[in-house]
Design a protein around this ligand. Structure first.
Ligand code: ZN
Length: 428
């Protein structure tokens, strides 16, 4: 029997251990956690009543006050009470002040101790590309690659794209079916997948056959970089193409057959943007307010005079922004008022006009550079970062080389495809 037993154990050793045969072990939880969400009228102290003594409450609240005021806790604040499993004595409390900050209170032999815990974040990179079938908003929000992002975060991405391309392409008027986009986006995400912050590293938009690029560059490394094209020229221009954020313009839920712009500038010398009443209206360029008041047809309207003889007009506003008066100096993107339907307007929309030397012009025809190019002393670093970011764009599945680079390569040596396309047949 002894020999048999030895044999059996020797056989066991020669086989990999089978974990599945181990008896289940019951491990009691290290603590019991009860999670509460503060209702209106409920206080932190009220939540602790009956859980700990009044003396302990005072000690706990004192420790909490080192980081935040118990009287200023928002409705919906999540509070986790952590108990010892054996006697259900309170051992700790976590208060999630914001999605990024939690105050952790721990019971110590001599009272309560508090510490601030930052929610851990991870940084990853998103790559997305697509072709526009209806409108840009649909193309980005419904991109399956981005489906793991929350709806809000996908909308945030569109805002980022709009901010980067707002001087080059008016997403509400100029996007065409067949246009393509691709971008590389760096995000900071929390363990629950929500996005804390993000920034576009590189983006390409091919609009009606023209490729626009925006490459992020931060020469000082202070997080306040900006965007440049492939030649190192700033993407900034003297005028925003539109006075509203793209996402606020009422076109995105509809297909391309319904055009968001009620009339073209040619027919009534202005552009109408349909948007919800109350939507922010931005000054499209730096300037001085020369008119602010009510006209019978324009309703509440503002005119701004800009350098080089330009004037812009914003009409049918519901209200002016506080502090905006005749003589106010405004900067590009400053909010000057809010969309409404005052004057001759059938519904809430912004009527926007641009004049030069007293004559109406199409805002899309103005292309004045404004931002500085990459400084000469930063050119070397720019060159290195540019090639890294362009390489990132080119890794996106389904996309080819960045177009301008192709053109450059072609001028040096014709590709096979080009040679094959030489119209020898046509000459015969
Ligand atoms: Zn109009």
């Amino acid at each position: 029997m002894v020999a048999g037993a030895t044999l059996a154990s020797a056989a066991c050793v020669s086989e990999p251990p089978d974990v599945g045969r181990l008896a289940r072990v019951h491990v009691p939880p290290a603590e019991i956690v009860r999670i509460y969400s503060l209702n209106s009228g409920q206080t932190f102290g009220g939540l602790l009543n009956g859980v700990i003594s009044a003396n302990e409450q005072a000690s706990l609240l004192m420790a909490f006050r080192e980081h935040a005021s118990p009287r200023r806790m928002r409705q919906g604040t999540e509070i986790s009470l952590r108990f010892f499993p054996r006697d259900e004595d309170l051992r700790g409390v976590d208060i999630a002040l914001t999605p990024d900050e939690t105050v952790r209170l721990s019971r110590e032999p001599l009272g309560w101790r508090s510490e601030m815990i930052q929610t851990p974040i991870f940084v990853d990179t998103l790559y997305a590309s697509g072709e526009i079938e209806t409108v840009l908003w649909n193309a980005v929000v419904r991109n399956p690659v981005l489906s793991e992002l929350t709806f809000e975060d996908r909308n945030g991405l569109i805002d980022h794209l709009d901010q980067v391309f707002q001087w080059q392409v008016d997403f509400s008027r100029q996007i065409r079916v067949g246009d393509t986009y691709r971008f590389v986006f760096e995000r900071e995400a929390r363990p629950d997948g929500s996005m804390r912050a993000g920034k576009l590293l590189a983006a390409e938009l091919v609009n009606s056959g023209t490729a626009y690029h925006a490459i992020y560059f931060d020469p000082n490394g202070d997080g306040r970089g900006s965007y440049f094209d492939l030649e190192g020229e700033s993407v900034r221009r003297a005028f925003l193409l539109k006075p509203l954020a793209y996402r606020r313009i009422s076109s995105r839920f509809t297909n391309s057959r319904f055009h968001p712009i009620l009339q073209t500038w040619r027919s009534h010398r202005g552009i109408d943007y349909a948007a919800d009443a109350g939507t922010d209206i931005m000054a499209t360029s730096d300037g001085v307010v020369i008119h602010r008041g009510f006209d019978s047809s324009y309703g509440n309207s503002i005119q701004i005079r800009h350098p080089n003889g330009f004037v812009t007009r914003y009409a049918h506003m519901r209200a002016f922004r506080n502090g905006i008066v005749v003589g106010s100096r405004v900067k590009q993107s400053d909010v000057i008022g809010y969309v409404g339907s005052t004057g001759l307007a059938t519904g809430p929309h912004l009527h926007y006009e641009m004049l030069r030397g007293g004559r109406h012009i199409d805002p899309l025809s103005v292309d004045l550079p404004a931002g500085d190019p990459v400084p000469s002393e930063d050119r070397l670093r720019w060159g290195n970062e540019l090639s890294v970011r362009v390489a990132l764009l080119e890794t996106i599945p389904g996309a080819g080389p960045v177009r301008d680079f192709v053109a450059q390569a072609r001028s040096e040596s014709p590709t096979d495809a080009e040679q094959a396309a030489t119209p020898t047949g046509g000459l015969q």
